[in-house]
Design a protein around this ligand. Structure first.
Ligand code: SF4
Length: 423
């Protein structure tokens, strides 16, 4: 029987491994002997070529959790220094839970996708203050907000040896090719890969098996020009055997990013050139991050809305005039942002309560030059500030406290410390 055929059922027994899709539609039948061959070949290969990465030198679930979150949509080579600095600064989940949001964002600054940092921080606080110990299996990890199936499976299998599968982009590609998955991987194909991952996970070392799959996808079975001649499972790979490597995985069209027009105001205090910045409240792409005041334009092309916004900002700031100095483009996966950058000066700090951005921001402050950088700025904010002539590398959190909407000054943004587990 070929490695893959079209039929039924449930995870592996001695003679055959049967994998189903949802609704009991049968999918792949894999002979037990072939499963063993696959395990043996891939695990032996992984043992011989695995990269020595810092998170592979530990079984600490917290460290593995941090690494898996950082590695989402970011390359290993980029993550390594961030991971090491982050763990040095926040060596335990309790240290992370006790840190301020700004400290966490500052340590994350440059990695992008700040939502990950926010969720990690929220998750650490839940662990430290409510659960009082790290979860020990996949089901428990899934109870942490922001921890999805992939991360839960990775931590549970690597740190605790739980026999659970996982699928990220690399593993999905490997399964699509090895098992010849014909369905679109942005739709039903992914569910097939997940069913395979769950059914095929190696019984004796699930963590090594999952990492071997990820490693194969990252280093050998790459999206373009995979190195099939060096692949340990080439003899069992449907795509390779049927010369369809360049056709798999099947990927349907992506949704086009939505264009968005914005105005950004880089306002400097006349007395010391300090820059006015505001912090995004909860929710949304940049939640918890600092930036110059930004507003979306409904109709930037006609100029009508833009002029209204300019007028509102100018009135709020008490400024003599706003000068347009640059335009900046910023690409997110779902949005293309076109930002018109304006500069202005102000004498006295304007009233935060009447800022013409509604509830978008929850804090306001002035950044003074020559202070050590400890602020969580988004990449977009850095681009805007740089375009306005602000030296972002040296710009920095002023010593003066932030102001909230009630005009109150906060001296600390740390959350109350909760009880700790005895670890
Ligand atoms: S043989 Fe080629 S396509 Fe198949 S798993 Fe190996 S690298 Fe990927």
């Amino acid at each position: 029987m070929s490695l893959c055929a079209g039929l039924v059922a449930k995870p592996a027994q001695n003679r055959r491994t049967l994998v189903t899709k949802r609704n009991a539609v049968v999918n792949h039948v894999i002979e037990g002997q072939r499963v063993r061959q696959l395990h043996d070949a891939l695990l032996a290969w992984f043992g011989a070529v695995r990269r020595d990465l810092p998170w592979r030198r530990t079984r600490d679930p917290y460290a593995i959790w941090v690494s898996e979150v950082m590695l989402q949509q970011t390359q290993v080579i980029t993550v390594i220094p961030y991971y090491e600095r982050f763990l040095a600064k926040f060596p335990t989940v309790f240290a992370l839970a006790d840190a301020s949001r700004d400290d966490v964002f500052s340590a994350w600054s440059g990695l992008g996708y700040y939502r990950r940092a926010r969720m990690l921080h929220d998750g650490a606080q839940r662990v430290a203050h409510e659960l009082r110990a790290l979860p020990t299996n996949r089901e428990q990890w899934l109870q942490i907000r922001g921890v999805g199936k992939y991360t839960a499976g990775a931590v549970a299998s690597i740190a605790f040896g739980e026999r659970v599968g996982l699928v990220d982009g690399n593993v999905a590609r490997v399964f699509a090719r090895v098992f010849g998955i014909e369905a679109d991987m942005r739709k039903g194909g992914l569910r097939e890969a997940e069913a395979l991952a769950e059914a095929l996970v190696a019984p004796h070392d699930p963590g090594a098996w999952n990492q071997a799959l990820m490693e194969l996808g990252a280093t050998t079975c790459t999206p373009r020009a995979p190195a099939c001649d060096q692949c340990p499972v080439a003899a069992m790979c449907v795509a390779h055997q049927t010369r369809r490597v360049d056709q798999l995985p099947m990927l349907g069209p992506k949704k086009a990013p939505k264009p968005t027009q914005l105005l950004a105001l880089v306002a400097r205090r006349r007395s010391d050139a300090g820059v006015l910045v505001v912090r995004r409240g909860t929710g949304g792409t940049f939640a918890g991050l600092w930036e110059p005041v930004m507003l979306e334009c409904v109709d930037a092309e006609s100029g009508e809305k833009t002029s209204e916004i300019r007028h509102a900002l100018q009135t709020w700031l008490g400024s003599g005039g706003l000068a347009t100095v640059a335009s900046v483009k910023h690409q997110l996966s779902h949005r293309t942002m076109h930002v018109q950058v304006m500069t202005a000066e102000f004498e006295a700090l304007p009233a935060f309560a009447s800022i013409p951005t509604g509830d978008r921001y929850d804090q306001m402050r002035v950044l003074s030059p020559n202070e050590p950088p400890t602020l969580g700025l988004s990449t977009l904010a850095k681009k805007v500030l740089t375009a306005a002539g602000v030296d972002v590398a040296g710009v920095p959190l002023a010593n003066e406290p932030a102001v909230n909407k009630k005009g109150q000054r906060s001296t600390s943004q740390r959350r109350p410390r909760g009880p700790r587990a005895n670890r």
